[in-house]
Design a protein around this ligand. Structure first.
Ligand code: G3H
Ligand code: ZN
Length: 290
């Protein structure tokens, strides 16, 4: 179960990796690296990514990977901005939903998140629900402008404790200086804030660091030490894939077989996934999990 793996990660101070995908070959690359490195695999689709890939297709891919790679593979509906879309993902067979109502006032966020926790629990105790509190800026892309984040917008430990207790979530996404995408400035994580949230929130609730791309390795390690048990990566793998694909496309104008054109792009993406799983300390953990 995802909950048990996350709890174990938190206790042992390592983090699971969550990687986004919109294409089958991306998802396969992530699962292959997880299998090679003996790491649990969490693959996720945002609303846009799953509209592109198809919900039923994403679920079928997850099932196929479980059979093929013999490791735990979990499918998360990432940054789901409405109760309706969250229900849709649960109904389609997702293992996990990140219900992200963080843009709404606190009480509305509590109400909608709790509704999804109850909906999921009625279906299965194994569905893992993530809520979000605090303002996470940016998009999973290379941003050329500076994005200023004020610490007033960070997740507050006391509010996080109330939010987790009232909603019954399994995971909490927090804002502590992390910004989606790669921006001009390296994001500075407030490690003390992570520690404060970890102390305040029920231990059974895993803390999630979104926007993991572009954060220096030393800050990632400190965040894990402070209590982060799951880290989301999207832009870093998108950049690795697209940069390499552009080179291949420019180098051979006659090649039209897509699977040949993107082979080196997939390899570049796999390299990034492997580096992240090693950095997170997730690599090699499966021997004792399975
Ligand atoms: O939910 C997705 C992640 O938070 C990805 O963030 O694009 O900065 O790696 P990133
Ligand atoms: Zn995110």
């Amino acid at each position: 179960m995802l909950k048990e793996i996350l709890q174990r990660a938190a206790q042992e101070h390592w983090a699971t990796g969550h990687f986004n995908f919109s294409e089958l070959d991306q998802a396969r690359a992530i699962a292959e690296v997880c299998a090679e490195t003996r790491s649990p695999a969490i693959i996720g689709t945002s609303e846009g990514e799953r509209k592109h890939a198809g919900l039923a297709e994403a679920v079928a891919i997850r099932d196929a990977f479980r059979k093929e790679f013999l490791i735990p593979v979990f499918l998360n509906a990432d940054h789901t901005k409405s109760v309706e879309k969250a229900r849709e993902a649960i109904d389609a067979g997702y293992d996990s939903v990140h219900i992200d109502l963080s843009a709404l006032p606190f009480e509305e966020n509590v109400r909608g998140t709790k509704e999804i926790v109850e909906y999921a629990r009625a279906k299965s105790q194994e569905i893992n629900i993530e809520g979000e509190l605090g303002y996470l800026r940016g998009e999973s892309k290379v941003q050329h402008e500076k994005i200023a984040v004020s610490s007033d917008e960070y997740t507050k430990p006391d509010e996080a404790a109330v939010f987790a207790a009232r909603t019954g979530i399994d995971r909490l996404a927090i804002a502590v200086g992390n910004i989606h995408g790669i921006s001009l400035d390296e994001p500075a994580l407030d490690i003390e804030r992570i520690r404060g949230i970890r102390v305040a929130v029920l231990q059974e609730v895993a803390l999630v660091l979104h926007a993991g791309s572009g954060i220096p390795d030393v800050a990632i390690r400190a965040a894990i030490e402070a209590g982060i048990a799951n880290i989301h990566i999207n832009t870093d793998i998108r950049v690795a894939y697209v940069r390499e694909l552009r080179k291949t496309l420019a180098a051979d104008m006659d090649e039209v077989a897509m699977y040949k054109l993107d082979a080196s792009a997939i390899a570049a993406m796999k390299e990034v996934v492997k580096e992240k799983l090693t950095l997170f300390g997730a690599a090699g953990r499966m021997e004792t999990i399975v």
